[in-house]
Design a protein around this ligand. Structure first.
Ligand SMILES: [Zn+2]
Length: 370
């Protein structure tokens, strides 16, 4: 996804989400609105006129139906107007290859996939790229809302928020459900971060937000646990910046830490509400750390897991030397007073918010049958 053109927005839709961040450049806005989706049916065989791409599109549709059958409205709507165009390599592509060794082989902008014809020699890779673009198609409401991205108009022109998370989650879904080709180089950092956020939100709900093009509700969800909207804005914008020249590995470390902190707040709150006990808390935390290790990165700068024959040892700056064996906690040597103190620091209001959330999840469940 690169550029979107056209589409007017009404500036009164915008709400300032965060004003006084530590750095002035981070002042920004999101649209405080969730897109309204209508139920859309489609008999896909009526719209398959793509010759060599028909089989990929059919395969995509089958997998979408199998894994996300309640999230097909935008696919059903957009496939009816999809265009797939070849284009020739141009000067900018050659420049990109010369500079970075690679080139964006396909892009999706509203209802149109454009790909570079002369590069389609590796069929399997191209199939994977097409699946990625079809995921963009399946999560695009209009020019304003797509995936976790919002396009906003400012006095300085249009801006995008959430594009990094959109790319990371799109490629995560692609690798997990659709093309099943591990592409370690494609948005790897964004995938790691999107996976961390997905664990906080839960797979089903994260997919609902994505296919509903609903960044606002994703932010609201994170806001249950992270009360400081500046932090959430920092996080979303930080992921956007990963794929730019501003990228540094220190920023990447910081983003992983931010996500892990929100997850820890969630777990601590669940523990405080007796939804999980100490063992479950440690187990979840362990699995969360292990997830980062499995994705090929450290959980945070100061944490690592050492795998022994019979157990894992987590070395953490705060909770030193946690020993963990499969599903059973063998030994927990953390300073328990410190843990207790952390739990007491959670404000009572968070507890009531979670209750509200559990309640509203129930009603959401009923409403999403659209
Ligand atoms: Zn993309």
């Amino acid at each position: 996804m690169k550029t979107l053109v056209g589409g007017k927005t009404n500036s009164t839709d915008y709400v300032k989400m965060y004003y006084k961040t530590k750095r002035k450049s981070k002042v920004g806005m999101i649209i405080e609105k969730s897109p309204q989706l209508e139920k859309e049916e489609c008999n896909i065989s009526d719209y398959l006129s793509f010759e060599k791409f028909n089989s990929v599109i059919q395969e995509f549709e089958k997998k979408l139906e199998k894994n996300f059958k309640n999230n097909m409205n935008l696919f059903n709507k957009n496939i009816k107007n999809l265009k797939i165009n070849e284009r020739k390599m141009n000067f900018f592509d050659l420049f990109s290859i010369a500079r970075t060794g690679s080139v964006t082989r396909a892009t999706y902008s509203y209802n149109q996939i454009e790909y570079i014809d002369s590069l389609d020699n590796d069929k399997n890779k191209f199939r994977s790229i097409l699946m990625h673009e079809l995921l963009h198609m399946s999560s695009q409401k209009d020019e304003q809302f797509f995936g976790f991205t919002q396009r906003i108009e400012t006095t300085k022109g249009e801006k995008y928020i959430g594009i990094g998370l959109t790319e990371g989650y799109t490629e995560k879904l692609n690798q997990e459900y659709f093309s099943k080709i591990a592409g370690k180089n494609t948005y790897h950092e964004e995938i790691v971060l999107a996976t961390g956020i997905e664990r906080i939100i839960g797979k089903d709900k994260m997919a609902d937000f994505y296919f509903d093009a609903d960044l606002l509700n994703l932010i609201r969800y994170l806001n249950f646990y992270e009360k400081d909207l500046d932090e959430i804005a920092d996080l979303i914008i930080g992921i956007d910046r990963l794929n730019t020249t501003e990228y540094t590995s220190a920023q990447y470390d910081k983003l992983r830490k931010q996500i892990a902190d929100i997850y820890d707040k969630k777990l601590q709150l669940q523990k405080k509400l007796n939804l999980i006990d100490e063992n479950q808390y440690q187990r979840e935390k362990f699995l969360y750390i292990k997830q980062f290790i499995d994705l090929g990165v450290n959980y945070s700068e100061n944490t690592r897991i050492i795998e022994y024959a019979n157990f894992y040892l987590i070395e953490d700056e705060n909770n030193k030397n946690i020993i963990y064996k499969e599903d059973e906690l063998l030994k927990f040597k953390a300073d328990e007073n410190k843990v207790d103190k952390n739990i007491k620091n959670i404000k009572e209001e968070k507890a009531s918010l979670l209750v509200d959330e559990l309640e509203s999840n129930k009603t959401d469940e009923n409403q999403t049958k659209k």
